[in-house]
Design a protein around this ligand. Structure first.
Ligand code: AMP
Length: 309
C-alpha cells in the first residue's frame, strides 16, 4: 500500500452566495481520496459512516481505486454531519452545525495490509484518533501529513499539539496558523509552529494561494484566478489529497518535489471549487489536470535578467 488516508466521510449542507444544498456527500477523507486517486491507485481509506450513507458513493470510491476495507459502516447510526455558510468573499465561512454522530465513539482500525503504507494522510478528524492511527502503523511511514481545523483547536488543542511531534507536514489555513501560534505575522507563526514538531508547514490562504515553509526555505504557490467559485468546501482537503497523491506517485519527498506537489494540490483544489461538493472531482480526466497545471506554469513564469548578474 502506497498511501493511507484517514478523515471524515460525511454529509454536508452548504450555503454560498450562489446557492444552497441539502445533505450532500462530503467529508475530509472523501475529498482527499477523490483528489489523490488522480495520482495513485495503491491507496486505502480508514473512516466510519452510518447506515444512512449511500452505498453508491462507497462503490464509486472503490472504482477510483480506493481500498475501502478500513471503512466501518455502523448500520444503526447516523453519518457525521457538517453544515457551513460562506461569506460573500467566499474565503471565510461560519460553521452552522457539527454533529459527530457515528464519529463520537469511533475507534479507527487500520487493516493489516495498510499498516505499512509509505505515505500517511491524516485528514481532518479528532486529534486523538489521528494519533491512534499513527500508532497502528507497523513501519514509520516515509511521510506523515496532518490536516486539521479551528474546531479541533478550540476543543482539543493539547492533543493536537502532541500530534505535531509525530508528523512531517502540517497543513492549515492562515487563521488556524495564527490561532495555533498566537502570532499574527505568518512568518513568525511558521517559525513557532515548526518548533512544535513538523519539518514542513503549509499555510493555505484560499484564493490567495499557499505557502510552504521549512526552517530554512519558503515557497509560494498562487491559486488560479477563477471567474466563478461556487463552493470552496473541501478545497483544503482536495489540496492535501493532490499534494500527498503526487508525492506518493513520485516517491520523492525533497523540498523541490514538494514545490511541484503544491502546484498539483492547488490545481486539484481549483477544480473542487467550481461545483458544489465533490461533483467536479467525480469525472475529472488526467488531461484536464495536465492542462490546468500548464495554466499554473503560464501564470507564474517570467524572465528577469538581473543587472548585476
Ligand atoms: P475544507 O473545506 O477543506 O475545510 O473541508 C470541508 C470538509 O470537512 C467538509 O466536507 C466537512 O464534512 C468536513 N468537516 C467539517 N468539520 C469537520 C471537523 N470538525 N472534523 C472533520 N471534518 C470536518
Amino acid at each position: 500500500m502506497s498511501l493511507l488516508a484517514v478523515g471524515t466521510v460525511a454529509f454536508d449542507a452548504i450555503e454560498t452566495p450562489f446557492g444552497k444544498t441539502d445533505k450532500i456527500v462530503g467529508g475530509a477523507a472523501t475529498f482527499i481520496c477523490l483528489s489523490a486517486s488522480q495520482f495513485t491507485h495503491k491507496m486505502g481509506l480508514v473512516s466510519v459512516v452510518g447506515g444512512d450513507f449511500p452505498k453508491e458513493t462507497i462503490e464509486l470510491l472503490k472504482q477510483k481505486g480506493v481500498n475501502m476495507d478500513g471503512l466501518q459502516i455502523k448500520e444503526n447510526e447516523k453519518t457525521f454531519f457538517w453544515s457551513g455558510k460562506y461569506h460573500n468573499d467566499m474565503n471565510s465561512r461560519d460553521t452552522i452545525d457539527t454533529q459527530l454522530n457515528v464519529l463520537a465513539d469511533f475507534v479507527p482500525v487500520v487493516p493489516e495490509e495498510m499498516r505499512n503504507a509509505e505515505f500517511l494522510m491524516l485528514g481532518n478528524l479528532m486529534p486523538k484518533l489521528q494519533l491512534d492511527v499513527i500508532k497502528q502503523m507497523t513501519t514509520r511511514p516515509k511521510l506523515i501529513v496532518l490536516d486539521t481545523m479551528n474546531f479541533w483547536m478550540d476543543i482539543a488543542m493539547d492533543d493536537l499539539i502532541e500530534n505535531l511531534k509525530h508528523i512531517d507536514v502540517l497543513t492549515i489555513n492562515d487563521g488556524e496558523a495564527r490561532q495555533l501560534s498566537g502570532e499574527y505575522s505568518l512568518v513568525k507563526a511558521a517559525q513557532k509552529i515548526l518548533k512544535m514538531g513538523p519539518k514542513y508547514l503549509i499555510i493555505k490562504k484560499g484564493e490567495h494561494g499557499a505557502l510552504l515553509f521549512n526552517k530554512e526555505q519558503v515557497f509560494f504557490a498562487p491559486a488560479l484566478p477563477l471567474e466563478d467559485v461556487f463552493d470552496p468546501t473541501g478545497a483544503g482537503d482536495t489540496f492535501a489529497g493532490g499534494f500527498i497523491g503526487y508525492l506518493a506517485s513520485t516517491k520523492d519527498i525533497s523540498f523541490e518535489n514538494m514545490k511541484r506537489a503544491i502546484i498539483y494540490g492547488s490545481a486539484m483544489a481549483s477544480f473542487c471549487v467550481e461545483k458544489f461538493g465533490t461533483e467536479r472531482l467525480l469525472n475529472l480526466t488526467s488531461t484536464e489536470v495536465e492542462e490546468r497545471i500548464q495554466e499554473f506554469v503560464d501564470l507564474v513564469q517570467f524572465d528577469i535578467s538581473l543587472v548585476n548578474e
